[in-house]
Write a protein that binds this ligand. Structure first.
Ligand code: NAG
Ligand code: NAG
Ligand code: NAG
Length: 467
């Protein structure tokens, strides 16, 4: 079928209110619009404002639809995404998001939508869509391994795992060699972010059970076993849409890039540690200090991104965050950066030798797309599972921590950094990270998978129409 004869679809996109979800949804939206479909990208006003401008040649096909976030007691005023909230406030964002059900239903009803691509949070959406004759696609921005860990929907809904300990063992349904399980301290952090009335597992289980199609940010080239298991476990189409690595050419450099580049240019190839923890990680002041001392003790040059948003809850200002005299001692070898940083550009610089990361799937994809080995220090959500996966695939090492409270020492940080970046024993890790670059960094591969998904929904719509 050429484009002319192909039916143009109206596809709505509805991501969870977190940056790591909003951007992959946007990439898929752009792709579908490029293919000639009409796409309505739905989110709250502040999140829409942060999205890139729609290219003029797509402006007739891609529209932003703003649905104001309903106010809710307990949700700080003006907050519309997880990045603006400490983790214990995130449950309120989930509840406020649930209140979008009515305006979203109205939109679907009035707009002749054929498909809606949505997130795991909106567990109420697939039945609503089905009633309106709209096909639902659950887009999991997580790895296939993470989705396997969630488990068969009927088991989750029946409440087979309840206690925190249930999440610290490899689930029995995982039928391949795996270390997928949370650490005790991770289950406790995750509990803080969940809505008591409907846990994240339950949300995901309802969505997995009721949607028509599952797509996910993965590919068989990297996770063949997990994808095969998902197909078997879910008994519905499961289509990987590729790793969706962002393109270096399209990534913003920002006004400070020349300063950062000069600094990086002055360092030897593969010698600098790039440390960044996303927008959502919170550490105690004590651990933040251990981290700082660990970086210092590694003896390697580093760039450490500390966002304006305090890493330590309730504290802000570098004086509180960093140990006394730290900046003076490391000046020249260590750069503490509090502004926005062009992560992709930094990771692409030849001086970067390793990435100390909170192990968010997006960050990991960016780093491996550029062949950088990982020093893994996970936080909340699925990051523990991503760290286990990367450690077991020998693409990085996890910093050793106390399993109960998650604490770590400066020595374990320094040791892990040196093993990944410079020690002889880390050479296989570095070679592995370089080797997966062809999978993680390939936009061609993502396009191929996205194209298969696009054909699938085109064909699905056509074949159900003719029934
Ligand atoms: C829109 O323009 C970009 C370059 O600016 C081009 O790569 C793309 O193919 C164009 N898309 C369409 C649908 O014309
Ligand atoms: C550093 O890496 C760059 C890019 O790979 C390369 O062009 C350059 O020759 C390298 N420099 C040294 C001193 O090896
Ligand atoms: C299109 O759908 C039909 C009927 O469901 C199926 O037999 C055929 O293989 C599909 N083609 C593609 C390209 O997916």
């Amino acid at each position: 079928m050429d484009l002319q004869n192909r039916q143009k679809l109206h596809i709505a996109m509805f991501p969870w209110l977190a940056y790591g979800h909003i951007m992959p949804f946007f990439q898929v939206a752009m792709f579908l619009a490029e293919k000639g479909h009409h796409v309505s990208y739905i989110s709250t006003p502040k999140n829409i404002d942060r999205l890139p401008q729609i290219p003029t040649n797509l402006s007739s096909r891609l529209s932003y639809i703003q649905l104001p976030l309903p106010q809710l007691d307990g949700l700080p005023e003006g907050a519309e995404s997880t990045a603006e909230l400490p983790i214990h406030k995130v449950p309120y964002l989930k509840k406020a998001h649930d209140l979008l059900q009515l305006p979203l239903t109205n939109f679907l009803q009035d707009s002749r939508v054929n498909w809606i691509i949505h997130d795991f949070i909106s567990h109420w959406l697939p039945p609503v869509a089905a009633q309106l004759g709209v096909n639902s696609v659950f887009f999991s921005i997580y790895s296939a391994a993470t989705l396997c860990f969630t488990g068969p929907p009927s088991d989750v809904i029946a409440g087979r795992r309840q206690k925190p300990e249930d999440f610290t063992v490899v689930p029995e349904w995982i039928d391949f060699q795996s270390n997928l399980a949370f650490k005790p301290y991770e289950t406790l952090i995750n509990q803080d972010g969940m809505d008591d009335s409907v846990s994240d597992y339950l949300r995901a289980a309802f969505v997995l059970q009721d949607c028509r199609v599952v797509i996910l940010r993965s590919c068989a080239e990297f996770e063949p076993d997990a994808l095969r298991l998902l197909g078997k476990m879910l008994q519905k189409p499961v289509l990987p849409v590729g790793l969706l690595a962002p393109s270096l050419q399209d990534s913003a450099a920002g006004e400070h890039w020349p300063v950062l580049k000069d600094w990086l240019d002055s360092k030897e190839n593969n010698s600098v540690v790039y440390a960044a923890f996303g927008t959502e990680m919170t550490l105690s002041q004590e651990l933040l200090h251990e981290l700082a001392y660990g970086l210092e003790k590694s003896g390697l040059p580093f760039i450490w991104i500390i966002k304006n948003r305090p890493l330590v809850e309730g504290e802000s200002g570098l004086d509180h965050l960093l140990p006394p005299g730290f900046q003076d001692r490391v000046s020249g070898t260590g750069l503490v950066w509090t502004d926005w940083a062009p992560q992709l550009r930094i990771l692409a610089h030849p001086s970067i030798g390793g990435f100390l990361t909170h192990s968010g799937w997006s960050s990991v994809i960016e780093a491996l797309g550029l062949g950088r080995p990982l020093i893994l220090l996970p936080g909340s959500s699925d990051t523990g599972l991503v760290a286990r996966l990367m450690h077991s695939r020998r693409l990085g090492l996890e910093v050793e921590r106390n399993e109960q409270d998650g604490s770590f020492t400066r020595d374990s940080v320094a040791d892990c950094i040196r093993r990944v970046v410079v020690d002889q024993e880390g050479e296989p890790l570095r070679a592995n990270a370089r080797a997966v670059r062809d999978i993680f960094g390939s936009t061609h591969l993502s396009y191929k998978h996205l194209d298969e998904f696009t054909r699938f929904i085109e064909n699905y719509t056509a074949s159900t129409k003719s029934l």
